[in-house]
Design a protein around this ligand. Sequence first.
Ligand SMILES: [Zn+2]
Length: 432
Amino acid sequence: MFTPLPLEYKANQRRMSCVSLYTEQSEVEGARRAGEGKMNEKDYFNYELQHIDSKTGARAGVLTTPHGKIETPIFMPVGTNSAVKSLTGDQIKSTGAQIILGNSYHLYLRAGDKRIRDFGGIHGWMNWDKPVLTDSGGFQVFSLGHLNKITEDGVEFQDPKNGERHYISPEISMEIQQNIGADIIMAFDQCAPYPCDYDFAKSAMERTHRWLERCFKAKTNPKQALFPIVQGAFFEDLRTESAKVISTFDAVGYAIGGVSVGEPKDVQKHFTEFTAPLLPQNKPRYLMGVGTPEDLLDGIKAGIDMFDCVLPTRNARHGSFFTWNGKSNIKNKKYEDDSLPLVENCDCYACKNHSRAYIRHLWKCQEATASTLLSIHNIRFLLNFVHLCREAILEDRFEEFYNEHYKNLEAIQLFHHYRQIKRLDCHALTGS
Ligand SMILES: [Zn+2]
């Protein structure tokens, strides 16, 4: 089994690799560019921590990127295939989105990263002038790809759509993400599934750390910030070790990965609260793949600054929309003659212009506009939600805000849970 190196040794090794890099600068053009990349990243990125709520760990800040500023805490809508599903660029902007997320795995397989590069990177490709973040493809390779063969060098996988074989290593992931050209790029990591045993989680975490070193060496563009990712599954000592190791890399920001992989909500909440304070205080913290309103409240309370989730658009495609009292569904017959907007006082395009009855009618007729309107509302709702959280933090009243809103959201959750239990009881009675 792989024996982990002591943390001090890893830190020294990191420093040594920087020294040797500077030595090579005058000799090798590629290394010179790499050296510049590492030296100049801070010229393009800055994080200002504005306030920490005095009763919780909630933080408000501003992250500056080459394509603009992001006020945190922030929710990042997901545009898997370089489009937020069913929305045009103008519609995404109308939601107030400050940054969107793209998936390297899908962009590499479907669009081709070199084609995107030739169209001016992701910003030119999709005509989006605000910040973009891409994930490394690691999560999808392990969760969507077939026939994974993992070696120390990288991962071989099969495209589930056409059977083609592909290979991604930390260096290739960096090349793909540099071709795509997002402002924030993510380390290529091995995300452990849930549940998994301790030895597997430890091994995946240690590989993630070794791959991180290679990602930093391969990254050359100073206009891109590479975020390392904490792994370690649901073991506190591994999360602690992982946070320590990745913190030795002087990154613009840090992410918590390996959550939202099927674990119970209370487990996710505990490990978010446990891991967030282990990361550097003066850098943004990104909780990957998490984004229900109650998750946002818990994450922000724990000191998380950035969130992403497919939920607002996925829910919209199922007729579901966010309200201040939890989710509701436009398919519900009670909305048939309802002249109110989806949420009263919501300032999104859908709520300002249309009734529940009209959107329900579009849904029943399978008009694509129904999904578009619900997606606009759901994204705007979450962005409004994090903005209100931010205001509460800046005014040092986040705990009151949390208590007020969590209660409403929790009441609905309990209601759904109760209904599930009732349904199970019915099945037990009928033997179905
Ligand atoms: Zn709305």
